[in-house]
Design a protein. Structure first.
Length: 306
């Protein structure tokens, strides 16, 4: 290709980034076949392009599998470009762990580019339709959200299923009860004992339990811990080793115990967030934004639990 044409193409690519958002993505390898992009421990914004959750690639013999496609079309495109440098494979499958939009708005890139199969929850399928205004769109900008489309899933997961793709075996496991949301999946890469927990597990920051259940979260953690995993990729957070679940499990255990005691002690709803503060987590990201809401929602859940 002549040098002047290369220069023009380079300028065009640069202008696309300027008009949109440069995520400057670098994948981190967490197991022999898995690379992940780790999002910021903060709320979605223009400054982070909505990238605040984790998105992973599983490399098989002939294709990639993506677990959670990220917040925008641009993010998905840029993450694939980074992975293409590792192996120029198509993406054959995308799995969405739950319906929160920071985890799946990259779907349209993979469908358009590779006709990848999209798998997720019934809740996601029923909650969004083409043209809906979503949180990431509102909290970023038109330039960042450009080309991002809401498209339907090809399949929803209602029961545990095993997939063999190339040389890899995957098990997709629904929690079966309200946990982080009313419908959550986690994924086991059986060959390497890697679990992709979605937002059932977070570390380094406080979780958002606005759509969830403290009792369901603890059940989900028990399910995950019943599997002999070696690596666990949280929905948010950077720790993937043997202690990846510790922080999240402690948070929900203490939340249940302390709010439960407040209910027993007849602490009122207007006072519970002053009594139950979980100071052990005060230095974690998002504490000031989310902790009081989690305490209040847990109070309502436990007060009316049978």
């Amino acid at each position: 290709m002549p040098h002047h044409i290369k220069s023009i193409l380079g300028l065009l690519l640069a202008s696309q980034v300027l008009l949109g958002f440069d995520y400057t993505l670098k994948p981190k390898q967490v197991s022999p076949s898995v690379w992940c992009f780790f999002g910021k421990l903060e709320a979605p914004s223009k400054s982070n392009g909505g990238f605040m959750s984790n998105s992973c690639y599983i490399k098989t013999k002939k294709s990639y599998i993506v677990v959670d496609s990220g917040p925008t079309h641009q993010f998905a495109e840029q993450s694939y470009r980074a992975m293409e440098k590792i192996a120029a494979l198509p993406v054959s499958l995308v799995i969405n762990t739950h319906y929160h939009d920071d985890h799946w708005l990259g779907n349209s890139y993979y469908k358009k580019r590779f006709n990848a199969k999209l798998i997720g929850t019934t809740l996601q399928q029923e909650s969004y339709k083409k043209g809906d205004s979503v949180r990431i769109q509102k909290m970023t900008s038109p330039e960042i959200f450009a080309r991002t489309l809401i498209i339907p899933l090809d399949e929803t997961v209602k029961k545990k299923q095993t997939l063999t793709i190339g040389d890899k075996n995957l098990i997709i496991i629904p929690v079966g009860t309200k946990a982080h949301t009313s419908e959550d999946l986690f994924v086991l890469l059986e060959d390497e004992k890697v679990i992709f927990s979605g937002d059932l597990v977070m570390n380094g920051r406080i979780t958002s339990n606005r759509d969830g259940s403290v009792l369901g979260q603890l059940k989900a953690h028990k399910m995950i811990n019943s599997i002999g995993w070696k690596v666990l990729v949280p929905g948010h957070g950077y720790e993937t080793g043997s202690n990846a679940m510790e922080e999240s499990s402690l948070y929900f255990t203490l939340l249940k115990e302390r709010v439960g005691k407040a209910v027993e002690d007849d602490i009122g709803a207007d006072e519970v967030t002053k009594v139950v503060t979980l100071p052990e987590f005060k230095d974690k990201a998002m504490y000031d934004i989310l902790n009081k809401r989690n305490v209040f929602d847990t109070y309502n859940e436990l007060e009316f639990a049978e």
